[in-house]
Design a protein around this ligand. Structure first.
Ligand SMILES: N[C@@H](CCC(=O)N[C@@H](CS)C(=O)NCC(=O)O)C(=O)O
Length: 209
């Protein structure tokens, strides 16, 4: 029976790729009744959200005793372990190493494309063509590398780890940054992303363009 009083509060924004990771876990692990999702007002002067999370970042999870967790990896791991039966932790041994390695590489892509997007939102006078060029080039190099890495066995099959989730969140930033065009010449990445795009947790957390 549904619990009408969720004991955890998850602060998110609709388009944050980091918050999306936590939102995917909520859907995958069917935690909707335990986790209340609240849209935070980020990046604004004197936001009331800063009283809740001084860093101002999302995702942020507030536990029932008021303890605050930030950083998507920590928040996701906490949510995934709520039932003591985690699905998305790296496995023991060699594959676990590759999951961690590829998650880090996917995080580099998310971080770089996020800086690129933010730069695009700045006023014309504040925008730095140098920063945009740097991030565009970083993204292009990473996409070339990912065209091969996406074929690694840990990236295949059903959604089962944070490397897959983080790469999906990175690639879908194309919806928010029309200049982040990674599809041409990268058939492995295109078929990989399409193989997961219809999964309900992925589909229902898609960034809005
Ligand atoms: N390393 C953090 C990054 C979180 C992050 O930078 N979130 C962005 C949204 S994509 C944010 O909240 N920005 C608001 C701000 O910088 O004030 C994580 O993995 O959770």
């Amino acid at each position: 029976m549904a619990d009408s009083h969720p004991s955890l509060k998850l602060y998110v924004t609709q388009n944050s790729p980091y918050a999306r990771l936590a939102r995917i876990i909520v859907l995958e692990k069917k935690l909707e009744d335990k986790v209340k999702q609240i849209v935070a007002q980020t990046r604004s002067v004197n936001s009331p959200y800063y009283e809740i999370n001084p860093s101002g970042r999302v995702p942020c999870l507030i536990l029932s005793d008021g303890v605050r967790l930030e950083e998507s990896q920590l928040v996701c791991s906490y949510l995934d372990n709520l039932d003591n039966a985690p699905w998305f932790e790296p496995p023991e041994g060699g594959n676990g190493f590759h999951v961690r390695r590829l998650e880090a590489m996917a995080r580099s892509l998310v971080a770089g494309v996020s800086v690129w997007i933010r730069e695009g939102f700045r006023s014309q006078q504040e925008r730095s063509p140098g920063v945009i060029a740097h991030e565009r080039n970083r993204a292009a190099r990473l996409i070339e590398a990912w065209e091969t890495e996406v074929m690694h066995p840990v990236m295949g099959g059903e959604l089962s780890n944070m490397a897959q989730m983080t790469l999906i969140a990175a690639l879908h930033l194309e919806r928010w940054n029309p200049d982040f065009q990674w599809r041409d010449g990268h058939p492995n990445l295109v078929s990989w992303v399409e193989s997961l795009a219809a999964r309900p947790s992925i589909r229902d957390t898609m960034p809005v363009g």
